[in-house]
Design a protein around this ligand. Structure first.
Ligand SMILES: Nc1nc2c(ncn2[C@@H]2O[C@H](COP(=O)(O)OP(=O)(O)OP(=O)(O)O)[C@@H](O)[C@H]2O)c(=O)[nH]1
Ligand SMILES: [Mg+2]
Length: 326
């Protein structure tokens, strides 16, 4: 990872220069005004970074050679996972241009139905504290701990703010984990003060905020976030359990809108029978989906999600997709 600064009289000129020199594949770490000039700090990643999201260019592609089989596979997946007729029709419409003689790419058609963000951890900015939101026991704290470990592994400074003061069992896992990772950890009122200071001073550290579980039908408990977000820019991510009930999708969707959720992070993939909640939610809300962990095991490698991987997970009982290396 390499950090480079570019200075120009205006933000637009600075951004143009960044694009000209580095193209689109660059992460803007921060923008500052210094002596009437705009300075942009960018982070460049090499192919093999410590946060290993395997290159998507060299992955194997799922292909199926017969258009009717492809259509049947999509129908079966939609039925098995209760994805709904409206989603199925949409997916089949996206699939039709891919029913070509040279190979049928079902994963590509799925990537037109849902937005994937396999690189989301890399794109976390120190200027925007990441707030982990979600219902009770969905895996917010586990995922935060995992993200902290991954960021540390790639030499980024991390601060953990635990705002879950309601837990009767105490600070538990997160405190212990922060200690183990040697990451600054703040709890409750102290966390608020330190967080504000850290934002104001534009500290380099990535700020990760844990929150108490919230009842989606009564999310007033989180109104502090809305009033706070008027002063500071947050990056709210919503943890959605794959085994969650699809009837909650409208409540989740309302929550996403109310809190300006930027990413859906999947949890409990190992215990999901049907993927209907996360898929319908990601489709209707158009918010990108990502994942970090496949199970409760914190020490497993980073798991990324793209259309191909999701297709493989969905296609548990259907056709054997032939693997062809590109
Ligand atoms: N099977 C499975 N269990 C998980 C996964 N992620 C977390 N868990 C378990 O689910 C339970 C809750 O995880 P937490 O990370 O504490 O969830 P949370 O959303 O922070 O919970 P609250 O703060 O109580 O709302 C723990 O027992 C975890 O071990 C997962 O991906 N798969
Ligand atoms: Mg928690």
């Amino acid at each position: 990872m390499q950090k480079i600064t570019i200075t120009a009289p205006t933000l637009n000129e600075a951004l143009q220069e960044v694009k000209r020199r580095f193209g689109e594949d660059v992460v803007i770490e921060r923008t500052e005004e210094i002596n009437n000039q705009i300075r942009i700090t960018v982070t460049l990643f090499d192919g093999e970074e410590p946060i290993l999201v395997p290159s998507l260019r060299n992955t194997t592609k799922n292909r199926i050679d017969n258009p009717l089989s492809a259509i049947r596979l999509v129908e079966e997946i939609c039925q098995e996972h209760y994805l709904g007729t409206d989603f199925k029709d949409f997916w089949l419409k996206c699939l039709s241009p891919y029913l070509t003689l040279t190979g049928i790419d079902i994963a590509e058609s799925l990537s037109e139905c849902l937005n994937f963000e396999p690189q989301w951890i890399r794109k976390i900015l120190s200027l925007k504290p990441v707030v982990f939101l979600g219902s009770f026991g969905v895996g917010k704290t586990q995922i935060l701990a995992k993200v902290a470990a991954l960021l540390k592994a790639s030499d980024r400074a991390v601060e953990i703010y635990n705002l879950d003061t309601l837990k009767t069992s105490g600070q538990g896992l997160l405190q212990a984990y922060a200690h183990k990772l040697d990451v600054p950890y703040y709890f409750g009122k102290e966390a608020w003060g330190t967080l504000q200071e850290s934002i104001k001073t534009q500290s380099e550290a990535v700020k990760l905020i844990d929150t108490p579980g919230v009842n989606f039908r009564n999310s007033e408990d989180l109104n502090w976030l809305i009033s706070y977000a008027q002063k500071f820019v947050f990056d709210p991510v919503l943890i959605v359990p794959c085994d969650g009930c699809v009837s909650l999708a409208p409540d989740y969707a309302k929550f996403i809108k109310k809190f300006g959720v930027r990413h859906i992070i999947l949890s409990k993939i190992d215990v999901a029978g049907s993927w209907s909640l996360p898929i319908r939610l990601a489709w209707t809300s158009e918010v990108p989906i990502a994942m970090v962990n496949e199970s409760a095991n914190l020490s497993e490698n980073l798991q990324y999600l793209n259309a191909e991987k999701l297709l493989n997970s969905l296609n548990k009982t259907g056709y054997q997709l032939s693997q062809i290396n590109d």
